[in-house]
Design a protein around this ligand. Structure first.
Ligand code: FHN
Length: 435
């Protein structure tokens, strides 16, 4: 008669308070850098180029593995750029779907030390990010177009022999599941404390049990054992297990409101790109403007979420100018406005959102931030804010903003006041102040 209690395994047991404490830094920091970097930076036409163009693994290896030589790779510069942009954590693709490992894994020869790079690229990354005081995350692909034992791929360019797949898949997949565990053990043992793990991505499987293909519960148990404080995203296909994920990950999508599960708001992070593709794409010309990206950050926080904004470094290992220009602009904005982002969340319902505005709110300081997406002429009306505001100032320079209610405005002879009895009428300079 009762919904079957979802059993929590011992290795996943934690109280809501313990989970809240484990996630506190992430919900405070709000803003991180995603980095998609691998052999796909060489063709520079999208990280799915191998699939889109049906490139055979041996051809892919010959054309890109043998020439991968990121001579400009400087993770200290990456970390400094992330920090300057106001980002508080950095998540790097340790291995994407192409199956190429950035670190010196003992379980594959398809790895960075065997390319002209001739070194482990993860170790210097982790050290540089930590040196900047930022949190460290890995992206880890569940899909692997290179590994011979990954035989269930729905979209593998060349493994479309369904009979062979059906016949071999579970035998091969048993080896592949162990390969995943072996590589995760390396990543979560050899590089110190890892703060975030971004799994990507599991199919629903034939009978909606895609998690069995990857032994998602086994992966999660291993991860929790190796890095007890780590945060894990929701892409192991365990949505109905409260312990199966820490936060949900709408991708290149802005939810209308704070996402919920069973009517309860859940931690969430949207991952977004500058231009559409995740990996470096030389010819893509759909780059979002700095203002679009800043407005995106504000909107995400106004809905209680985090933004993971992606950079795709070039095959030489640097961020291209289009990326650095945007990161610099975001950093300039964050220099004066980060107080409206860090530690902030959705505003309490008692504060109505004025037209063309977004609200963020810091519950610790009890400060409300009103973000004007369009500059109104001289007056901002705050609906039903009377009695709820003690003081108003501009964030960028701390200067006072004066406001009145209708009654005092009328007493002042403003005969055309149309504001409501409980509205606040905020006086603004005609020209938007420059930072
Ligand atoms: O297929 C990947 C894609 O290449 C990229 O890594 C994104 C980032 O979240 N995840 C998958 C698509 O959902």
């Amino acid at each position: 008669l009762f919904a079957q209690e979802v059993q929590t395994p011992k290795w996943a047991a934690e109280t809501p308070e313990q989970k809240k404490e484990r996630m506190a830094w992430w919900q405070e920091d709000r803003f991180g850098m995603f980095i998609h970097w691998g052999l796909y930076a060489v063709p520079a036409r999208h990280e799915w180029v191998q699939n889109y163009e049906q490139i055979a693994p041996d051809v892919y290896r010959e054309k890109y593995f043998n020439v991968f030589n990121p001579d400009l790779y400087d993770p200290k510069a990456w970390a400094a750029q992330a920090k300057a942009a106001g980002m508080k954590y950095v998540v790097l693709t340790a291995r994407h779907h192409e199956g190429f490992s950035l670190w010196d894994t003992q379980y594959s020869d398809f790895k960075a030390p065997n390319t002209p790079a001739k070194r482990d690229l993860i170790k210097p990354f982790v050290e540089a990010v930590r040196a900047e005081g930022l949190k460290v995350g890995f992206y880890f692909s569940l899909i692997d177009w290179h590994h011979p034992d990954f035989t269930i791929d729905r979209v593998h360019p060349l493994r479309n022999d369904q009979a062979a797949i059906a016949q071999n898949s579970q035998k091969d997949m048993g080896r592949f599941r162990q390969f995943l565990k072996n590589q995760l053990t390396e990543l979560l043992t050899n590089y110190g404390k890892i703060d975030l793990l971004f799994f990507d991505f599991s199919y629903p499987g034939e009978n909606g049990k895609g998690h069995e293909d990857w032994d998602s519960e086994g992966l999660l148990e291993l991860v929790r054992k190796l890095q007890p404080g780590i945060l894990v995203n929701d892409r192991l296909d365990l949505p109905d297990k409260p312990w199966g994920w820490d936060y949900v990950t709408p991708e290149q999508f802005m939810p209308k409101a704070w996402p919920e599960r069973n009517g309860v708001r859940v931690p969430w992070e949207t991952c977004q790109t500058f231009s559409g593709s995740w990996g470096y794409h030389r010819d893509e010309n759909t780059w979002k403007s700095p203002n679009q990206l800043i407005a995106m950050l504000i909107e995400v926080v106004s809905k209680g979420g985090n933004l993971l904004l992606n950079v795709g470094p070039t095959a030489r290992g640097n961020f291209d100018d289009r990326a650095t220009e945007r990161l610099d602009a975001i950093g300039q904005w964050m220099k004066y406005n980060s107080r409206a982002i860090y530690g902030c969340t959705a505003a309490p319902e008692k504060f109505e959102k004025p037209d063309n505005c977004l609200l963020t709110y810091n519950p610790t300081t009890n400060r409300l931030y009103v973000h004007l997406l369009q500059w109104p002429f001289k007056t901002l009306y705050l609906p039903n804010y009377r009695g709820k505001v003690k003081y108003a100032q501009f964030l960028h320079d701390g200067s006072e903003i004066r406001y009145t209610s209708r009654s005092s405005a009328e007493a002042g002879g403003h005969t055309t006041v149309t504001a409501g009895e409980n509205d606040l009428i905020v006086d603004l300079p005609v020209v938007k102040p420059q930072i």
